[in-house]
Write a protein of this length. Structure first.
Length: 235
């Protein structure tokens, strides 16, 4: 698969992020590298092709290149992808829906959440009616909406979305698939950002998902971190 877009990212000593010399908003408490990956994921998902970024991080004195794939995963440039699961054949989205989705992606890349979030919510509903709640089109729109929630700092919505996406992809694709593993990891990461009270409330659903969608040894470390945080929150 060819990479169609290349970016230059810079993270300063104090955690400021710029992409192609354009400053990016980094919410309080969020690592700028996470924001960078979310922004590039939106770009990759919108175009359907990987994006290549050269990152210079003055905090660690490191420079490196990575590719961000449409499913949200990353890899070294030039890596041959042999693990992607084939998608079931689907009919293409209507021109109107495709154009609206592209516009929503553009608003998301610009951090125009007042436009992007209502547009994404409407598209999820329309894709669900037209194709079904678990159709690839609907799930990709839901994935985009979860990314927007992370960028906006709505970690409760993001945790619930990624948990649902992980279970849905597990049911449709089976264990061990890239989309399932990415969603499970994202759900755990966003849960870690939640305030204590909210985290305690949604933890049972998250832990249940982590035990179901992946082999226990692959989530042992993250489950241990979740359980330790729960213990601290309830004692």
């Amino acid at each position: 698969m060819n990479t169609s877009t290349r970016y230059q990212a810079y993270i300063s000593h104090d955690g400021q992020l710029s992409l192609d010399a354009e400053p990016q908003v980094v919410p309080d408490g969020i690592d700028p590298s996470q924001v960078l990956l979310q922004v590039l994921h939106i770009q990759a998902a919108g175009s359907g092709t990987p994006v290549l970024v050269h990152v210079r991080d003055d905090r660690t004195g490191s420079e490196f290149d990575i590719e961000v794939l449409p499913d949200g995963t990353t890899r070294p440039p030039g890596t041959q992808d042999t693990s992607a699961a084939p998608e079931a054949p689907t009919s293409p989205a209507s021109d109107d829906l495709a154009l609206r989705l592209a516009a929503a992606h553009e608003a998301g890349r610009a951090h125009n959440f007042e436009t992007a979030i209502p547009a994404a919510d409407a598209l999820i509903q329309e894709f669900a009616v037209q194709y079904g709640e678990t159709a690839p089109q609907t799930l990709k729109a839901a994935q985009f909406r979860a990314d927007l929630a992370v960028l906006e700092g709505d970690y409760a919505y993001a945790t619930a979305s990624w948990t649902w996406l992980a279970l849905t992809w597990y049911d449709g694709l089976g264990p061990g698939m890239r989309l399932t593993q990415v969603a499970a990891g994202n759900a755990a990461w966003t849960w870690m950002q939640l305030p204590r009270e909210e985290a305690v409330t949604v933890a049972p659903d998250l832990l249940s998902m982590l035990k179901e969608v992946t082999t226990p040894d692959r989530t042992q470390s993250i489950r241990a971190q979740i359980e330790e945080r729960l213990l601290q929150a309830t004692t």
